[in-house]
Ligand binder design. Sequence first.
Ligand code: SF4
Length: 726
Amino acid sequence: MLFGRKTKNPIQIANKNIVEWKYTTCGYCSTGCSIEVGLNAQGEAVGSRGVGSADVNRGKLCLKGIFEHELFKLQGRGTTPLIRDKYFEPFKETAWDPALDKVASEIQRIQATYGRDSFAIVSTGQIMTEEFYTLGKLARGVIGTNNYDGNTTLCMASAASGYKRSFGSDGPPGCYDDFEHTECLLAIGSNLPEQHPIIFWRLKQALEKRKFPVIVVDPRVTMFAQMADIHLPITPGTDLALLNSLAHVILEEGLADKAYIEKFTSGYDGFYDVVKHYDPITASRICGIDEDTIRNVARVYAKAGAAMTIWTMGINQSTHGSDGVCAINNLNLITGNIGKPGGTSLSITGQCNAMGTREWSSCSGLPGYRYLENEKDRNDIASFWGIDPEFFPKQRGLFQTDIFPAIETGQIKGLWVIATNPMSSMSNTARIRKTLEKLEFLVVQDAYQDVETNEYAHVYLPAAVWAEKEGCFTNTERRVNLIRNVIKPHANAKADLWIFNQLAKRFAQGNKIKFPETASGVFDELRQLSKGRMLDYSGMTHEKIEQQRGIQWPCTDGAETGTQRLYADGKYQHRDGKAKLMPLPFIDNNERPDEEYPFWLNSGRVVEHFHTRTRTGKVGNLNKFSPTAYMEMNPDAAQPLGITHGSYVRLTSRRGDAVVMVQLTQRVAPNMVFIPFHFHECVNRLTLGLLDPHSRQPAYKQCSVSIQAVDDQAAAALRNKALRAF
Ligand code: SF4
């Protein structure tokens, strides 16, 4: 009997008078959940639900997906283009033509005065693949700047770089179905339940059917670490020493798959020459994991019939992020765990279309995993677009993280920022503010005009958001999925594809190249350009993608569906067809705690928020769970400093300071604190962000800080906006 009642009250779902459901794919994280958006009789988006027949999420959605239909009407949406001469003057409203004319003429002026590469473009992982390809065509084939990159450099660049170095190409080899087959899961620097809740649910489903060991490597006792069979609380920034040591034990104890190494890999001798120095005793002194645990984990992993590794930013955002990815690949190559069910190196990507930008945006080269450094690739794309191949540079230009220092030193004078927010997302906020102030011209294209970077813009272009337009995203497991146009763009906002096409018309070279007006027209070009390549899209159409609820590439022309795993035949993309075992010495070059700054500072995502909260900070049912910046701190460390639960502290690093509320918890070690990275004027006022030499990705996860208690009044004064502008 329930509270005096004999029967349960049936669950009532609020009737929102939905008359039609439209198919889309979630626009937040890279899990790639299929969502239907419900429209009422007035055509307003009033509900979201998971799609039961979609293999990725099987009807489930996380908190962000459940409220995704609210995005269309959030506060701060841009309604019309804005323009001003100086960034500190008020914006004036304008129409699209004068705004686009101004952008084109400023690009032309800056390039004519200072050279083609003096105008830079920084894009995102959020727009659609067709839009990425069109932007790449505009940047590489029309504007002709070589300083063009995306914010995926802050997120997935180390994974892409590591895949290229090990396997000869980018592209995650595995898929979610690998959870169903694996006999051991190693997760490094990935708090799956909070970052990618539906992938975590897929893992839990697999574990309910069949138990296998789950090993989580993370300095913090994350939600994932709490459910692991073995948790390795590693010293920050030392994952490479641990991974080398696991390989050491596997080789020394004869647990490696010698036949696989012999047949499918190269570089063994050089690799062994480095790994032999990482015996567990030596490694334990570096990474803080005891020698017996290292041996045990190595044996469990190597003896499993199939074992897989997943990782996220704990590996990527490091001064040796690319090496860390190669070390994971080394581990899986020496145990024969690539391309087989349950055996893989699967980077869990970040943004909804981080993969789409890697495949098609031309940021790191040319579309379809082609390289500027390769003459044939330059010729192929030039002939497809109908331009002179000599228009292309012969090697890629600056990464996003090098574009900002180049503004500082005067090489870059103009910048176009698309759907990203460097004022919050880049390390060392004070330095980025000064950098943006130096620009002669900044154009910000975003769905939200209150995005912090817009404070420094000369022109603002209001973009349509998510399902206000049509196109594809590629998820973590290479699955291309479709977003149907659910409602028309807000006010006078326009689809990014339309904006790129209109801008192209304002350049002489843009009128020589064909720019299809519809997403499906652009998709046809992707099909043609990918035919016969590893990322073959030629067997897909928008209709077929919707029908199958996403298709994994490669999907060859005429094939019924896509391909679950890459490299199943052991043939890799390096010239010799083999995977490379990489020698990876660990170099300890990052900031570490000392007497002046005695705490490690770690950062990461929380489940309610996405990136810089441009969207989730305004969705009431998300923001209420995590409305203000906070810091996890161990009670044993807090007590001698007079810090109590719920009080405020001021953290100081060599770059700046931040004020946060304290949450006392045993989740962090006494010498470490954790702050979610989503909040403006917060953790990135403190971070150093040293760069990885291969991927140029910043090491957000590792720096040192001091902490002092402040009372509520002082905290409020320190968080004053004007004061924080310095
Ligand atoms: S798990 Fe990611 S893709 Fe799925 S609903 Fe949540 S935010 Fe969207």
